[in-house]
Design a protein around this ligand. Structure first.
Ligand SMILES: Cc1cc2nc3c(=O)[nH]c(=O)nc-3n(C[C@H](O)[C@H](O)[C@H](O)COP(=O)(O)O)c2cc1C
Length: 510
């Protein structure tokens, strides 16, 4: 059996990293934030290109951007260096610096990240575009620069690694998101491999939105031959690995038929992390979910299992999203700049229209290589409502196809939400807790261990959109950690057999 199909490995990892008592989590692990690893990967001695930061000429509504799906089309969809700089800045750039007594300045980024540890790096592989020659580059958000690892057009390596994915084949620019394990295991140990996708997904939500705002098609690719992509970036894959690719735009300048030779680079970097203890369970899970041949990638690209949503007609409440001309028109860039994770919620209500609009626009679909047709999903939304005007408090299931809520249980569940969210006050005080859950049995059966990466990533991309939808309404939001099995139990029998992938709280900031 090939490793990807031995799904015991994904179950072993998932069950072993459950809160509170997962067998792979040590109770004696202690993290001192004074030992936080440097959150920037620093290349030595490479040519660098400054990324220009220009004021936007046009504002593009954030809600439209998170729900849009720009199609691949003939015509000009080639970002120049200015647009590429924006895509990178609003995905992974530094948006604010806050000084904490005793800790010093912390540089926060465009997307949320567990522990603000920023373990995800972004690379660019492109043809010649206006202002930038063809090459392979690393994005350095601290200096707002690209560092050139390779000169020349290497897109064909990625086209080959993705078994000729149509977006990859036609993209002038392809972004690659990588994860440096120990920059996050330092705090979260083996659970890091979940965080890898969580923190990559929130960034990708921004990338997709900002690409849409510029009229550029973009798609998330999770199926690729891992080794080919990691070698192109010269990664030491025991420590840093590629998680996802996002081809952006459309060009007729399709990279040639022949795959260019990828020579060993051995480029020098500062140490990736001051915490350097390997986690064998993460490496095992990563290897077991790696694809080793183009044929495996082709199998991956088949159709998504049809996930039918049961509808209990007795207890449904239609949501009331604002029509396009009535919804807040705040620009995407302004929303990303003011986004942050809310540290305290007031107990006040949000309106049904606000709630409906956020949920609706965040769940219209994500362009990926594993969700076909567009709009399909591996994720179901389970919700605890504490305080939304004109909506009774209780637990609900959201049917995204029909855009209705199904009442599961009436009741006041603030204390339950607080308990499920790792005994934190945030879900008890917020208006709404959203649990993004997946039927991993079905997902792993169809996609093998690699499906675990896909389910985590899709959930976190939706989580990132929920953040942006909430901040568009000038509300607060935060991602949150949870007690896995207790959440499933709480929403059962409806959620029986499903696993929580991501949790988000929405409400008014205190
Ligand atoms: C998936 C996820 C889980 C998180 N879990 C928690 C949590 O359990 N408690 C908490 O206070 N913050 C949590 N956060 C918020 C992060 O601490 C926050 O994103 C980080 O400090 C960066 O700050 P920013 O989001 O304001 O930019 C979480 C964020 C994400 C993306």
């Amino acid at each position: 059996m090939d490793m990807n199909n031995n799904i015991e490995t994904a179950w072993h990892y998932h069950n072993g990293t459950k809160h509170p008592n997962g067998s792979l989590l040590s109770r004696f692990h202690f993290y001192n934030s004074a030992n936080k690893p440097n959150p920037y990967k620093i290349y030595k001695d490479l040519p660098s290109i400054a990324l220009p930061i220009q004021k936007s000429e046009k504002d593009f509504s954030a809600l439209k951007a998170i729900s849009a799906n720009i199609k691949l089309k003939e015509g000009r969809q080639i970002p120049d260096l200015n647009v590429l700089a924006k895509i990178l800045y609003f995905s992974g750039g530094i948006t604010k610096t806050i000084n904490f007594p005793g800790v010093g300045d912390v540089e926060f980024r465009a997307a949320s990240c567990t522990g603000a540890l920023y373990h995800i790096e972004i690379y660019v592989v492109c043809q010649d575009v206006s202002g930038l020659e063809a090459g392979v580059y690393h994005f350095n958000p601290k200096e707002m620069k690209l560092k050139q690892l390779r000169k020349g057009d290497y897109r064909r390596v990625l086209v080959n690694a993705t078994a000729n994915d149509i977006n990859a084949e036609n993209a002038p620019v392809i972004l690659i998101y990588t994860d440096i394990f120990t920059r996050n295991t330092v705090k979260y140990q083996t659970r890091e491999y979940r965080h890898a996708f969580w923190d990559c997904g929130t960034i990708i939500a921004n990338t997709l939105a900002i690409s849409s705002a510029h009229g550029l098609a973009a798609k998330v690719i999770v199926g690729f031959v891992d080794k080919q992509v990691n070698s192109l970036l010269d990664l030491n894959s025991d420590k840093e690995v590629s998680l996802a690719l996002v081809p952006i735009g459309f060009t007729k300048n399709v990279s040639g038929k022949n795959v260019p030779e990828v020579e060993l680079l051995n480029v020098k970097t500062e140490p990736l992390s001051n915490y350097d203890i390997d986690d064998p369970e993460i490496r095992r899970m990563h290897q077991a979910s790696s694809l080793t041949s183009v044929n495996q990638v082709k199998d991956w690209q088949g159709n998504t299992p049809k996930i039918t949503i049961p509808l209990n007609v007795g207890n449904v409440i239609p949501l009331q999203p604002s029509p396009e001309n009535g919804m807040p028109q705040d620009s995407l860039e302004s929303v990303i700049i003011r986004r942050g994770s809310t540290r305290q919620f007031s107990l006040e209500s949000i309106s049904l229209q606000q709630f409906s609009t956020i949920i609706y626009y965040s769940t219209r679909g994500t362009p990926t290589d594993f969700l076909k047709p567009y709009g399909n999903s591996l994720i179901d939304l389970y919700i605890i409502i504490n305080s939304v005007t004109d909506l009774g408090s209780g637990s609900y299931f959201y049917n995204r196809e029909k855009n209705v809520l199904e009442l599961l249980r009436e009741g006041k569940f603030r204390h339950v939400a607080g308990k499920l969210g790792l005994d934190q006050a945030l879900p008890a005080d917020g208006s709404v807790s959203l649990f993004l859950m997946s039927d991993l049995n079905k997902v792993l059966k169809r996609f093998g261990n690699r499906g675990y990466r896909a389910a985590q990533l899709e959930a976190s991309i939706t989580g990132g959109k929920l953040y942006l939808g909430s901040y568009t309404h000038r509300l607060g939001a935060t991602g949150l950690t949870f007690y896995d099995d207790q959440v499933t139990e709480f929403f059962s029998p409806h959620a029986k057999g499903k696993s929580v992938m991501f949790m988000v709280i929405i409400g008014k900031k205190a």
